[in-house]
Design a protein around this ligand. Structure first.
Ligand code: SF4
Length: 697
């Protein structure tokens, strides 16, 4: 009789939907993967990436032992060297001469330990994350409007809404299970009307009742027009408005908006305004098309303004909804994983908050204020102000804007440590010390998805080689730097219990992020933890926020922000195209895992450039020919895909590929160090480029 092993309940490591996964050992060293029918995010569904997880667990390319200057080393030698070089650098040049660059792929426990080490013990806030490239503008927008970084709604709002507006979000490819949920609701005849606002005609448009092919950068103008029209039609919510400040100032700015900035036909614009205003239950979902802009925070606030003015927030089927790109971008926010945040959503610029965290940690050297955001951090590396850098679970030599420049900066850094599960990435090749980390299937901890749901990632495989969990590596270094007690955990459960206890302190200071109900959690309870929504405290458990009109600003009111809609920076004759970048359906980031699955590579086999037919004709480019794409910062050689899914002058290229032979797609090498002034998020969707036929040789 074949008795099958019990499945292990875990969570997908890719996008921010945070689907529950059942991983059942197949008896031959592999796993059978299926969707967890009991996980509230996906109810048994998986997209193709999640379904192919078992195919990505091959040993190919894994980093199995520590390396020092390329040579195999033992853990003690490697950790001693990291601790010693960081201590020496701090002693000679001060705490701000070191930096950590981490990742939304890390588990919350990893993130917590990294933050504690840098912000409480080293005494600098120079820890930032690749989530800066993904959702920092949403964080900044939330904090401006709500006084806290709180996502108000839940996934079920997508199904309960009567109108879902997807703006700057290719949900079908980037959050596929949410798209499936929306499509299923519509198939039952219950689901909402769908509007897609995107310069490209993406796969998500298959579901759209209306596609608004907005001019790049026209989003703030569109939502300003919506706000002004709500007021003109007396459709603002007189009952909710006493909970909101700044309406008149926001309206004044909105009324000054020129509809031509949207590039939309008047009848399409009128239809959108009518649908939004005449529908009570509206959810506006936004993602990188909003966030990745040099005015991303203003775009977020233009959306939030409309929901606040009409009271469409925090009630079933209503609200603005930021969907995060990475599996634990939210968990990173919860432990203060951004250079301008403190743990548990506390404010690093608030002395009382800093003091409370310092007291809880018994920390010797609390960071006095914000540190360097991602682009600023690599500029500091380039300029020699950061002399010791630890990159954890991310590949910035490919993914940062001006990636070639970033690679040169890392190469020139006095001391670079890279923790990674893979041996050969563009970034690991630049490390002085390489530390092998566990990967999905081996790691143990928690992640938080886009709706604030915390789920466990549980190990289902033996760890490869000498790989260690990231939190443990960081704690090992912290102990070697002299902080034995503060970094003395024995398990991920103990780390979680500590940060749950800290969240209770934060809750006492008014933070929404309070999971202090778990402060005394035992290892057995942690092992058995079911997916749950935060907060979990004596004051509140799960649910939506802000429907009661209570916000976290000093006067308790939400703040509407006057937004002046701005066009993107003008192009010049030398670089006359505006390149849009983004994901494809079946690959993840720099493909270190998804490229291991042949079926995932079948969808898109190589990097490409989507080009409008008239642009292609004027450039003398035929379908499938190679094009050279240049910007002032880098170059890529891409196969041309001629399509009217993109507008004239606005080509698109996916961000995943690396490689030095044609076609080569280091797309972020083309993107400038242009960021939103508030959030520090780069403008990854509007890189000025030149395009010409590629001449080999
Ligand atoms: Fe994983 Fe996202 Fe796909 Fe769910 S939708 S299976 S979380 S990649």
């Amino acid at each position: 009789m074949n008795i099958r092993a019990q499945p292990i309940r875990t969570t997908c490591p890719y996008c921010g939907v945070g689907c529950g996964v059942l991983a059942r050992p197949d008896g031959e060293g592999g796993l059978d993967i299926s969707g967890d029918p009991d996980h509230p995010a996906n109810r048994g569904r998986l997209c193709v990436k999640g379904a192919a997880l078992a195919e990505t667990l091959r040993p190919d390319g894994r980093l199995l032992t520590p390396r020092i200057h390329g040579r195999v080393a033992d853990w003690d030698s490697a950790l001693d060297m990291v601790a010693r070089r960081f201590q020496e650098t701090i002693a000679e040049h001060g705490p701000d001469s070191v930096g950590f660059y981490v990742s939304g792929q890390l588990l919350t426990e990893d993130y917590y330990v990294a933050n504690k080490l840098m912000k409480g013990f080293i005494g600098s806030a120079n820890i930032d994350t690749n989530s800066r490239l993904c959702m920092a503008s949403s964080v900044a927008g939330h904090r401006r409007a709500f006084g806290s970084d709180t996502v108000p709604g839940l996934y079920e709002d997508f199904e309960e809404a009567e109108l879902v507006v997807l703006v700057g979000s290719n949900l079908a490819w980037c959050h596929p299970v949410l798209y499936q949920r929306l499509a299923a609701a519509r198939e039952k005849g219950l689901g909402p009307r769908v509007v897609v606002i995107d310069p490209r005609r993406t796969a998500t448009c298959d579901l759209a009742d209306l596609h608004l092919a907005i001019k790049p950068g026209g989003d703030a103008a569109l939502f300003n027009l919506l706000l002004a029209e709500n007021e003109r039609r007396r459709a603002c919510d007189g009952i909710f408005l006493p909970h909101v400040s700044g309406l008149q100032e926001a309206l004044h700015a909105a009324r000054a908006t020129d509809p031509a900035m949207t590039g939309l036909e008047p009848e399409d614009l009128a239809r959108f305004l009518e649908w939004w205003i005449d529908t009570e239950k509206v959810v506006t979902v936004y993602s990188q098309g909003i966030n990745q802009s040099d005015s991303g925070t203003d775009k977020v606030n233009a959306i939030l303004n409309c929901h606040l003015a009409t009271g469409r927030i925090g009630r079933p089927g209503m609200g603005p909804f930021s969907v995060t790109g990475q599996p634990n971008a939210m968990g990173g926010r919860e432990v203060g994983g951004l250079a301008n945040m403190l743990a548990c959503h506390l404010d690093i610029e608030n002395k009382a908050h800093r003091d409370a965290v310092q007291y809880f940690w018994q920390a010797p050297a609390m960071a006095p204020g914000p540190g360097l955001k991602a682009v600023e951090m690599f500029r500091a590396v380039e300029e020699g102000r950061i002399k010791a850098l630890w990159i954890i679970c991310t590949n910035p030599a490919v993914t940062m804007p001006e990636a070639d420049r970033v690679a040169r900066a890392i190469e020139g850094c006095d001391f670079t440590v890279v923790s990674d599960m893979m041996e050969q990435t563009d970034t690991t090749r630049l490390a002085h010390v390489l530390l092998p980390a566990t990967g999905w299937g081996e790691k143990d901890g928690t992640v938080t998805n886009s709706e604030r749901r915390i789920s466990r990632q549980r190990p289902s495989q033996p760890r490869r080689g000498e790989a260690r969990d990231d939190w443990r590596i960081l704690a090992d270094v912290g102990r070697r730097m002299g902080w034995e007690n503060a970094f003395g955990w024995n398990s991920a459960a103990e780390v979680y219990a500590e940060y749950a206890a800290l969240s209770g302190v934060a809750g006492g200071l008014g933070s929404d992020f309070d999971i202090s109900a778990h402060a005394g959690i035992t290892s057995a309870e942690y092992d058995a933890l079911e997916p749950f929504l935060w907060p979990q405290s004596s004051r509140k458990r799960g649910g939506r926020f802000f429907g009661d009109g209570r916000f976290h600003t000093p006067d308790g009111k939400a703040r509407m922000v006057p937004v002046t809609a701005r066009a993107p920076q003008p192009l010049c004759p030398a670089y006359p195209f505006r390149l849009n970048t983004g994901r494809v359906r079946d690959h993840w980031h720099t493909m270190t895992r998804t490229a291991l699955s042949p079926r995932l590579s079948r969808h898109m086999a190589e990097p490409y450039l989507e080009l409008h037919p008239q642009d292609a004709a004027e450039l003398g480019l035929q379908p499938a020919e190679l094009a050279e794409v240049d910007s002032p910062h880098g170059r890529a050689i891409l196969r041309v895909l001629v399509t009217d899914r993109v507008a004239r002058g606005h080509p698109f290229a996916p961000m995943h590929w690396t490689g030095e032979t044609a076609p080569s797609g280091r797309i972020d090498a083309l993107v400038p160090w242009l960021t939103d002034p508030l959030s520090g998020q780069p403008a990854s969707k509007s890189a000025p480029v030149a395009i010409r036929p590629f001449a080999a040789g």
